[in-house]
Design a protein around this ligand. Sequence first.
Ligand code: GLP
Length: 260
Amino acid sequence: MEVVVLPDADAIASVAAEVITGLLSDKPAAVLGLATGSSPLGVYRQLIERHRAGEVSFAAAKAFLLDEYVGLPADHAQRYRSVIRDVFEQYVDFAPDAVRGPDGNATDLPTECARYEAAIVAAGGVDVQLLGIGTDGHVGFNEPGSSLSSRTRVKTLTDQTRADNARFFPTADDVPRHVLTQGLGTITDARHPVLVATGAGKAAAVQAMVEGPVSAFCPASVLQLHPHVTVLLDEDAASALALADYYRETYAHKPAWQGL
Ligand code: GLP
């Protein structure tokens, strides 16, 4: 796990966008894993700017969303499929149907989850997976207690996550209780997970993910088992890390040939 401590959210977005533009330059038909939440918004803004500048094209790429609420009406602005369209997809040149998410309105949710897993495999697997982290250590919507080898399935949100996400809904009661999410096994099948986190509110979850035990109690800690993970943090999100100075020194002296 490579931990990179950067000055602010713009610097994080810039490094993450560089990883994705570099991937698409080497492999135009790459498969991207897209996350929702506020953390990746700066990355999407940078990618849109680079696309407008003619520096990157998504025309041959595919993308898969991490997760989705169950039961939100098709036209609801907070459906993650709608959010990704509104903040990113509509501004770049993805082909029609190149971006997919699990369907939280499917009549048979377990079948939909299996179908989604099969679609990711059929596309060749995810190359770069963008991730945020919840204050309880969740990635996607894999709440504490999630099997470290889980696949896409229905999960029940914790009260903490529903409270965290209440800012996007009229009241906390309007946050759906059930979701579909790629499992931790699905997420760690991605060839290069890139997790972004900012702010002191994420410091405890980040510390548990990076320096705590690998445990279902902090689902993001499963990333410790992955051979190629990049964690991009601002100073506040990195503030509880015991080895923060070591991570800074490592990145400052990283051999230029190594890349992220
Ligand atoms: C939601 C999403 C996660 C995201 C998390 C953190 O629960 N399902 O993918 O990482 O929120 O969101 P934010 O980046 O807004 O803090």
